[in-house]
Design a protein around this ligand. Structure first.
Ligand SMILES: NC(=O)c1ccc[n+]([C@@H]2O[C@H](COP(=O)([O-])OP(=O)(O)OC[C@H]3O[C@@H](n4cnc5c(N)ncnc54)[C@H](OP(=O)(O)O)[C@@H]3O)[C@@H](O)[C@H]2O)c1
Length: 295
């Protein structure tokens, strides 16, 4: 184990990582593998051992970890937990950069960024789009918000963790908002497959058979969405709201005939009905965004 004298408060490593769950450990490991010197801290000490064996320095508190490096990555349960940790520590954060990679809500992200600014620290709020086993991969995207100069200083390190990482602006709340939007997009697909699985099961079609036909990429839906939201005109690229309304009625009829639970297609159908009632029948389905955002 490398010994550390944290009492001096000197910078000892390039980067500190606090929170060594599955994701925090993957982040710290990737940084070590890419030649960064790393200090680590975790609430329960057993998770630190593999990283210490790989050359990380062990801090005995968040304060020690933050003092040991110019920047600290926090990857804990959520922004709430990170806020709690920073409220509890008694340490000057002047000149430090805190990179928050825990997931959280919009209010908490703004609160954390405000707290860090008040304490003199620069901050980056990021959201990791990928699993721990993928960290370090070109495909992994960390969506970040920060002041532009802070992003410029740390983007190399962040791109070591996720090669497709992007900067979206200087409002902390942008990150959890985009997280919510992208998460719900993925959940729409996943729950679509779950309800698709229900109707197939009712009809005696194996889930394996169904899975063979589930799209492996969303290019056509992506094109439909991005072309119809351009300039917010919502012209129908290929299929109008009427086409979707009719297809949903057909699908709901099949769910009903087979006695399959249909909460999700019913919700879709109700929302499309609102669009039809608002005379959006010739528009693309995406015209629902403006309509529903007003309600
Ligand atoms: N796993 C993923 O696929 C993934 C993907 C993208 C983003 N993320 C985000 O990354 C963050 C960490 O996820 P994870 O997968 O690493 O979770 P995890 O394996 O459950 O680890 C949670 C970590 O948070 C620490 N922690 C929890 N409550 C704490 C508290 N009150 N004080 C101090 N430390 C506390 C835990 O410490 P102990 O070890 O002491 O319990 C542990 O280090 C989450 O915000 C998650 O949403 C995860």
């Amino acid at each position: 184990m490398r010994s550390a004298n944290f009492k001096t408060g000197e910078i000892m490593t390039d980067i500190s990582v606090i929170g060594l769950g599955d994701m925090g450990s993957a982040l710290a490991n990737t940084l070590l593998n890419n030649g960064y010197s790393v200090t680590v801290w975790n609430r329960s000490s057993e998770k630190t051992s593999p990283l210490i064996a790989s050359g990380a320095l062990l801090a005995s508190s968040p304060e020690e970890a933050i003092a040991a490096s110019p920047a600290t990555i926090a990857c804990i349960k959520s922004h709430d937990t990170t806020i709690q940790i920073f409220e509890d520590i008694n340490l000057s954060l002047k000149g430090k950069t805190i990179i928050e990679l825990s997931t959280g809500g919009v209010i908490e992200a703004e609160t954390l960024a405000g707290l860090l600014s008040e304490r003199g620290a620069d901050w980056i709020i990021g959201c990791i789009r990928g699993y721990p086993s993928m960290v370090g991969d070109k495909s992994v995207r960390i969506i970040t918000a920060a002041k532009q100069n802070v992003w410029a200083k740390w983007q190399g390190l962040i791109k070591t963790l996720g090669g497709s990482s992007v900067y979206v602006g200087d409002r902390a709340g942008m990150v959890p908002t985009l997280f919510a939007a992208l998460f719900i997009t993925g959940q729409g697909f996943l729950f679509g497959m779950i309800y698709g699985g229900i109707v197939c099961k009712k009809a005696g079609i194996s889930l394996e058979e169904f899975a063979r036909f589930v799209p492996t990429n969303m290019d056509s839906l992506h094109n439909y969405f991005s072309s119809s939201v351009a300039d917010e005109i919502h012209e129908s690229p290929d299929a109008s709201m009427t086409v979707y309304a009719n297809a949903l009625e057909d699908a709901l009829g099949t769910f009903a005939a087979l006695g399959a639970s249909s909460e999700l297609p019913q919700l879709f159908s109700e929302q499309v009905r609102k669009g039809m009632d608002a005379d959006l029948d010739k528009k693309a389905l995406t015209a629902l965004i403006d309509l529903l955002a007003e309600s």
